[in-house]
Structure formats: structure tokens, C-alpha cells
Design a protein around this ligand. Structure first.
Ligand code: GLN
Length: 469
């Protein structure tokens, strides 16, 4: 059982081969099949890659991720491997190219062990919206792991891989990290290439890692990040080393009063965060209470804008270009309609319809344009707070993991995202760190939001807080 890359490397120093390490992860996956974390294990290619890396180690030519075993969310392309976004509509589809992140990880000799279950097209907060069935929380199988990257979170929590990739459009890395007691990191929008990521809402989506140590999250991000000719939204800013370094001096940490005063927050989570704030203050850091007047606008703005983008992005799944095609349909229109009717799940349909509505003639200004304006206000306010502080501290999620099938109302589910969508609306990097165990036995996280492209600083503060907590 290897929790971190440091443990993997220690085992390799004692003589374990990459193939041995991979085998132990494969065995663990087999033993925890009940979690439903993987939609497919890439057995042959993973073994082949492990053998290749062992050979390279023998020749002294191995890359920086030799021995690291990585799972990828089932919406990240890996050439000649199946990909489905956990949807029936991509049934049988195989990637014809690899995502930039996959190319870069392989180039540094990571082994890609398989693809992980998720909410269909990354839409959801519980991983119950998957054509492959729900994922279970590794700590208690009656509970959800969070979503949408629930399989990746579970895989890391149960030590089924060293690191897993997720995608975060509105919290899909951070919220499942909080629910599973892992670390989940969403880089700045424009830091990590989206080439080869199945798009949900393109102006929000970012790929990032789940890990059991800040160092592993930093290493994998550092390797994935940086300019890419295939993604024009990427920054040309140098990435450099993201490894956490010791802090110089005391921190200025802003915390948003409204997030702790809101009705929906679990009292134990609130209490733990307030306790942490007091400890940090007692330790000499400056803890600055700030007001964020748009908390109640966050979820509506997010859902107006992301459904609009999704309705456009998902129009390509038409029963002709990719995957599933209805067998009964006759003619072009019927093929489109029936394939989409049969291929998409109900949450995805709800979002496509909402998105089409907010973009429609006569409603565009009332919803979409207004959403864009509120997004700008949220961005400006976030920047204003970060101009006077190093990071913003807030809960990751208002609750711990909940029981399977217990949240039935879509709006109730959407409200799960109240604290996570700010970083996506504003484009900032953000991380969830495990900070406590609730009396119900489930873990929960603390969220930190950093300034744009200040990943190194955010990760250094995270490493400090991870030890401090
Ligand atoms: N829970 C949010 C949603 O359903 C976030 C999803 C995500 O980040 N991919 O849209």
C-alpha cells in the first residue's frame, strides 16, 4: 500500500521494481472493486509502460515520475484508449490522441493505470450521475465520494493509485477531496492545458490532481502546467518549480465572514474552521475578516453560465460523430434526436435545456449577459481581497459526504457548490486540504484560494497549513 510518491520511491530504493509497484496497485483495485472507482483499468498498456520504465531505470534514463502510478478521470483523452465521460452517448468511443497532460506525464515516465468513474460529463456533486453507477466513499460505502471526480478521489483515498487527475469546473476536484480526506488542487484557469479534456464549460474547466501529499500535487501540476500550442487560453508565464518551500514571515489570510455565517453550513465544520482561524491568529498570522456580498449570487451565476457553455459544447454528440447511435432512428433528424434522447442521462439533459433557454432569443440579456456581469463583479471582488492578503480561507463544502440517494432535489445538489464556484468564476487557483473528522465519521476540508498564477505560494501555504492543522 503506497500512499504517496515518497513511499513509492522508498520502496524502489529497497529494490521494488515499477512493475511490482504497479502490481500492488492493481491488486488493491481488484480488492476494492465494490467502490466502483474505475470505469476501466488499462492493464496491458500499464504493464508495458512499467516494464519500459524499469528498463529506463536500469539504463539511468528514467523521468521524474518513474514509479508514480496515475489514474485519469474518464473525460481525459489517452490515445488508443476508451473514454466515455461516464456517459452512454460515448459508448465504444476511443481517443485518437492524448491530452497534453497525459503526454507530459508519460514523458516523465508515469504509468497511467486506468480511467476513473465520474458524474456524466462532469456534471454533479455526488458521482451518482454516472452511466456506470455510483461511486462509493472509501471510508464508508453508504456515503457518496462527492463529484464530479468521485472515482479519482476514491482511488486516491483508498490508495488505488499514487495520484489521480480530475477536472474542476465548479468544485469537482476540491469537493470530492473534502469528502474523501484527500488533497485536491485546481490550478489557475490558463495554467494547465485543456487540450484533450472533454469540455463541459470551457471558460471554467481546469485539470488538476488528487493526492495524499501537497508535494505530490505540486510535482504533478508542475509537470502538466505551462504553455501549449493546442490550447490558446494558456498563459505563457514560466511555471518553474512548484515544490513547497518554507514560509518567510507571517501570513495575511483573509476569511469570508458570510461563508461561516451562512445557514447551510454544518456547525462542526464551522467550529473547526473558527478554531483554526484562532490558532493561526495566536501564532502571529494576520487573519482578516472580509465581507463578500455576492455569496447568494454565486451558484445561480455559475449555473447560468456553465449550462450555456455546456449546451454548446455538448451539441457535438449527435449520434453521428462519436460513440452511441440509436438503432431505431430513420433519417438524419431522428438519428440526432433519438441518439441524444437515449444517450444522455437526465441531469445532462436538464443542463442542456437550461443552457439553451438562457441563451435563447429574448432571454439572452436577462440571463446570460447578466450572468457575465455578475461574474465580473465576483472576479473584481476576489482580486480586491487578494490584493490585500496572501490567500482567502473558506470551507470547501458546507457539509461532509452525505448518504447515497439522499439528495434528490437538483437545487439542493447545486447548493453543494456554494463555496467552490468562486474560484472557477474568478479563475483563481484553489485547493482543498483535509482538516478534520466529523462526529459522523466522515472527513472534511479547508479551502484556500490564491492569486492568479501564484500556485507556488498557494502550495507553500498549503504545506504549512497541512502540518499546522
Ligand atoms: N458540482 C458542479 C456541477 O455540477 C461542479 C462540477 C465540476 O466541477 N465539474 O457543475
Amino acid at each position: 500500500m503506497y500512499k504517496t510518491y515518497a513511499e513509492v520511491k522508498a520502496a524502489m530504493e529497497k529494490g521494488q521494481s515499477v512493475k511490482d509497484i504497479l502490481q500492488s496497485y492493481l491488486l488493491a483495485i481488484e480488492e476494492r472493486k465494490d467502490l466502483n472507482a474505475f470505469t476501466e483499468v488499462f492493464l496491458d498498456t500499464a504493464i508495458k509502460k512499467a516494464e519500459e520504465v524499469d528498463q529506463k531505470i536500469a539504463e539511468g534514463k528514467a523521468g521524474r515520475l518513474a514509479g508514480m502510478v496515475i489514474a485519469i478521470k474518464d473525460n481525459i483523452c489517452y490515445k488508443h484508449h476508451k473514454i466515455s465521460a461516464s456517459s452512454k452517448i460515448l459508448d465504444g468511443f476511443e481517443s485518437i490522441y492524448s491530452a497534453t497532460v497525459v503526454e507530459r506525464l508519460l514523458a516523465e515516465d508515469a504509468v497511467i493505470i486506468g480511467r476513473t468513474n465520474c458524474d456524466e460529463f462532469a456534471m454533479g456533486s455526488s458521482n451518482e450521475n454516472s452511466a456506470f453507477g455510483a461511486v462509493r466513499n472509501a471510508l464508508n460505502e453508504d456515503y457518496v465520494p462527492g463529484g464530479s471526480s468521485g472515482g479519482s478521489a476514491t482511488a486516491v483515498a483508498a490508495n488505488l493509485c499514487t495520484v489521480a487527475l480530475g477536472s474542476d469546473t465548479g468544485g469537482s476536484i476540491r469537493q470530492p477531496a473534502s469528502f474523501t480526506g484527500t488533497i485536491g488542487f485546481k490550478p489557475t484557469y490558463g495554467r494547465v492545458s485543456r487540450y484533450g479534456l472533454i469540455a463541459y464549460a470551457s471558460s471554467f474547466d481546469q485539470i488538476g490532481p488528487f493526492a495524499n501529499s501537497v508535494e505530490d500535487a505540486a510535482l504533478v501540476t508542475e509537470i502538466m502546467a505551462g504553455k501549449d500550442e493546442f490550447d490558446s487560453t494558456l498563459s505563457f508565464k514560466e511555471v518553474g518549480s512548484l515544490q513547497p518551500t518554507p514560509l518567510k514571515g507571517k501570513l495575511k489570510i483573509a476569511y469570508i465572514r458570510e461563508t461561516l455565517d451562512s445557514d447551510g453550513i454544518d456547525p462542526e465544520i464551522k467550529q473547526r474552521i473558527e478554531q483554526l482561524i484562532n490558532c493561526l491568529r495566536a501564532d502571529g498570522h494576520e487573519l482578516i475578516p472580509v465581507s463578500f456580498p455576492y455569496l447568494d449570487k454565486m451558484v445561480p451565476t455559475y449555473y447560468v453560465l456553465t449550462t450555456a457553455e455546456a449546451s454548446s459544447n455538448l451539441s457535438r454528440f449527435d449520434g453521428v460523430h462519436y460513440g452511441y447511435r440509436s438503432q431505431d432512428a430513420v433519417g438524419v433528424d431522428a438519428t440526432y434526436i433519438q441518439s441524444r434522447t437515449e444517450g444522455f442521462g437526465s441531469e445532462v439533459k436538464r443542463r442542456i435545456m437550461t443552457g439553451t433557454f438562457v441563451l435563447s432569443h429574448g432571454y439572452y440579456d436577462a440571463y446570460y449577459s447578466k450572468g457575465q456581469k455578475v461574474r465580473r463583479l465576483i472576479q473584481d471582488k476576489t482580486n480586491e481581497i487578494l490584493a490585500k492578503s496572501d490567500v482567502i480561507l473558506l470551507p470547501t463544502s458546507p457539509s461532509t459526504a452525505f448518504k447515497l440517494n439522499s439528495v434528490k432535489e437538483p437545487i439542493q445538489m447545486y447548493l453543494q457548490d456554494i463555496y467552490t464556484v468562486q474560484a472557477n468564476l474568478a479563475g483563481n487557483p484553489a485547493i482543498s486540504l483535509p482538516i478534520g473528522l466529523h462526529s459522523n465519521g466522515m472527513p472534511f476540508g479547508l479551502q484556500l484560494i490564491g492569486d492568479h498564477f501564484e500556485e507556488k505560494k498557494l502550495l507553500a501555504i498549503s504545506a504549512y497549513l497541512n502540518d499546522f492543522c
